[in-house]
Design a protein around this ligand. Structure first.
Ligand code: HMG
Ligand code: MG
Length: 298
């Protein structure tokens, strides 16, 4: 029933830190990535090449990327909203780029300042140019199960964006619960729509944990055979354009779940907890991970 193996993409350095009020140095971000790869993460979302006026925390994107000591076998991805972002990202040698759209018009406007259709037209040349360079193109679909501005989002709206992404050559779609309001049945309905257009190994889940539902949502996805999830060390995260939304599901909590299910994800939980403890100390707070805090208290 369950997959034998799961791939976790730690999005902590990007999704986790993009919303931090306090400055986090490039050196600390680099150290975080190094600790994540040492813990066994094979995919890491490092930063985003977006406007520094919109998201000041990611202004050091190139410095972080070129400062990495890369570990063979690890894939480093970055968010790119337009050609300007791609041009800035390419010299820093990402393995994968992520274009990010939304299933809700209102969120698209607030997050990337354009309609869904306009966003697709911006992504089209980005996807083509990235693929020409041999990079993989992933697409994130925000607000797939609820929107902070629009409220309900239907599975039809999700499928519309999935289809548009497929049309422009996006190779993998991430179904994202930006504000963590999803519960398993809703998540399953959104995932089913993605799976109509993409194979199982090219669909992933990205769940913020605002209402404590993310681990349950991941379990529901595992039951469907989905085996690719974005998670964030120490539960860091939030989107600057989704007020009140908390971090992504903590990588530590998901690794604990997977270990309990006997599913391999290649991550050493103790080393991961140390990585989460490191960045949490930098931020001056405890990790937002039940598993990490339980293990740190031992
Ligand atoms: P815009 O203002 O419509 O863009 O912003 P523009 O093309 O009119 O350009 C305006 C200015 O931005 C110009 O500079 C451009 O050069 C500059 P100025 O002439 O004023 O000095 N600019 C850029 N600078 C650096 N890098 C770029 C870039 N593009 C333009 N790539 C834009 C449109 C998309 C740029 C803007 O809205 C933006 O940067 N938004 C960022 C939104 C963001 O990062 N959100 C968080 C990530 S998404 C997320 O967290 C959700 C996810 O986790 C899944 C989930 O949970 O839902 C993925
Ligand atoms: Mg997110």
């Amino acid at each position: 029933m369950f997959p034998d193996q799961v791939t976790l993409v730690d999005v902590g350095p990007r999704d986790g830190l993009q919303n931090e009020k306090q400055p986090v140095s490039a050196a600390h971000k680099i150290e975080l990535v190094h600790r994540l790869q040492a813990a066994g993460l094979r995919e890491i979302e490092v930063t985003s090449f977006v406007s520094p006026k919109w998201v000041p925390q990611m202004a050091d994107n190139a410095e972080v990327m070129v400062g990495l000591k890369r570990k063979p076998g690890v894939r480093y991805s970055v968010l790119v909203p337009n050609m300007k972002g791609l041009e800035a990202a390419l010299p820093t040698r990402p393995d994968e780029i992520v274009v990010f759209g939304a299933a809700s018009e209102a969120f698209s406007q607030r997050n990337i300042n354009c309609s869904i259709e306009e966003s697709i037209e911006r992504f089209r040349p980005v996807a083509a140019a990235a693929r020409e360079q041999g990079l993989k193109v992933r697409g994130a679909i925000s607000c797939a199960v609820g929107c902070p501005y629009q409220g309900e989002v239907s599975a039809d709206e999700v499928e519309r964006v999935v289809r548009l992404m497929k049309d422009i050559g996006v190779q993998h779609v991430g179904v994202a619960d930006t504000i963590g309001v999803g519960t398993p049945l809703k998540v399953r309905a959104a995932m089913e729509r993605a799976l109509r257009h993409y194979p199982l190994h090219e669909v992933s889940g990205h769940f913020h944990d605002t209402y404590g539902q993310a681990v349950g949502n991941i379990y529901a996805c595992l039951e469907m055979g989905i085996h690719h999830f974005d998670t964030s060390v120490a539960g860091l995260g939030g989107c600057p354009y989704a007020k009140g939304a908390t971090g992504n599901v903590a990588t530590e909590d998901v690794v604990f779940l997977l270990q309990g299910l006997g599913i391999d994800c290649g991550v050493d939980l103790d080393a991961l907890v140390d990585a989460g403890d490191f960045i949490s100390r930098v931020l001056g707070r405890k990790p937002v991970s039940r598993a990490a805090n339980a293990l740190l208290a031992k």
